[in-house]
Write a protein that binds this ligand. Structure first.
Ligand code: SAH
Length: 352
């Protein structure tokens, strides 16, 4: 078993322990006792699904090898073991340690990190190396954060979490468990690079697809950011998300939308902003209807934002084409195919 495989499997012991610890951490007040009882119930429900998750991992991860696995495993094994002297997770990204904390030179460390390109979600500042990712994912976090129920003490599931950038924000804001799901192998390595230097946060990533998950019915908050438009069957995705939440739990959904009313929907004839796997772009009122039809209540659109070429762009860490190349050169409000330029809505809803 490689380091990454062991670290992935370690979720099962670590998550069970951290959930159980938060369950006994409650003091003698009734409110705390109730909270502690909720936590132990969540931990028990989650643990009852471990066999199904382990089987899914065996089939979808262990038995499906990736062509770059050996290279990535070797590079991962040579990362310095030093821990950062300070950590700061906040408005301007994730900052861990400084160059002096390392026992290898900063250029050597940078070269190691470069073996895991493309870095799409960030930014990260690891021991003074600025991983200037394609996306300013911190901007997305700042946009949605004022609108969500504060995460302190909540169990959180992030579907399509990429390299887990937002998981570290969730965990640092006090989530008792921040579990991410994403099938992309490279992102699993990027996640574990960062987790290696943030070992105490209860952030975990399982390399699965949401379709492989059981109906947990126990998470306090479920996030699905930037995933819905990749799904061929969007209402099934929403129903799936509902099945992960406990009654009263909160869904935070972010997806591409178009201007219009409850009857407006775009299915691109072929590509959208050069992406081949975009299926349904509703107007925000139609997205709200979908959520209500999928059984959610208290549905509200809290933010609509046209993505700027400052938020998504090519950098040294992601050298392929980016948003600028996906837009009409003569009109930045249009995609290169002539559709409306990428615009994202954040919608919050509750499971009754
Ligand atoms: N949530 C992050 C990343 C969005 S990119 C953010 O908003 O910044 C979309 C991610 O969804 C990709 O990393 C992709 O691997 C993942 N993904 C696509 N289909 C998925 C599925 N069915 N289940 C889980 N993740 C999925």
């Amino acid at each position: 078993m490689s380091d990454i495989d062991q670290l992935t499997a370690a979720f099962f012991t670590a998550a069970a322990t951290s959930a159980a610890e938060s369950a006994v951490a409650g003091s003698s007040t009734t409110a705390n006792k109730n909270r502690a009882t909720n936590k132990s119930t969540t931990a028990e429900i989650l643990a009852s699904h471990f066999p199904a998750l382990q089987q899914a991992l065996q089939q979808e991860y262990i038995e499906k090898k990736h062509g770059r696995k050996t290279d990535w495993d070797q590079a991962f094994a040579t990362l310095p073991a030093n821990l950062p002297s300070h950590t700061q997770i906040g408005v301007d990204g994730i900052h861990l340690g400084s160059a002096e904390d390392l026992d290898i030179s900063q250029p050597e460390f940078r070269d190691l990190l470069m073996q895991f390109t493309p870095w799409r979600k960030g930014p990260w500042h690891l021991f003074d190396v600025h991983i200037d990712t394609e996306w300013r994912s911190d901007w997305k976090w700042q946009r949605l954060k004022p609108h969500i129920t504060p995460l302190a003490g909540r169990s959180v599931l992030d579907i399509g979490c990429g390299n887990g950038y937002h998981l570290f924000h969730m965990a640092s804001e006090g989530a008792s468990l921040a579990l991410g799901i994403d099938p992309t192998r490279l992102f699993l390595y990027q996640f574990h690079i960062c987790k290696k230097y943030l070992p105490d946060l209860p952030a975990y990533l399982l390399p699965l697809r949401s379709e492989h998950l059981p109906a947990f019915k126990c998470f306090d908050t479920v996030f699905s950011l930037g995933v819905l438009y990749h799904r061929r069957s969007p209402i099934d995705h929403l129903t799936e998300l509902a099945s992960f939440l406990r009654p009263g739990g909160e869904l935070v959904l972010e997806t591409l939308v178009v201007p219009g009313d409850a009857q407006t929907l775009l299915t691109p004839a072929d590509r959208y902003a050069k992406m081949a796997n975009v299926w349904f772009l509703p107007a925000a009122p139609m997205l709200e209807t979908w959520l209500r039809r999928a059984g959610f209540v208290n549905v509200r659109t809290v933010d609509i934002n046209q993505t700027s070429t400052e938020e998504q762009r090519a950098t040294d860490w992601m050298t392929f084409q980016s948003l600028k190349d996906f837009l009409d050169p003569a009109d930045a409000n249009k995609s290169i195919e002539g559709y409306v330029a990428p615009t994202r809505a954040t919608v919050i809803a509750e499971k009754p």
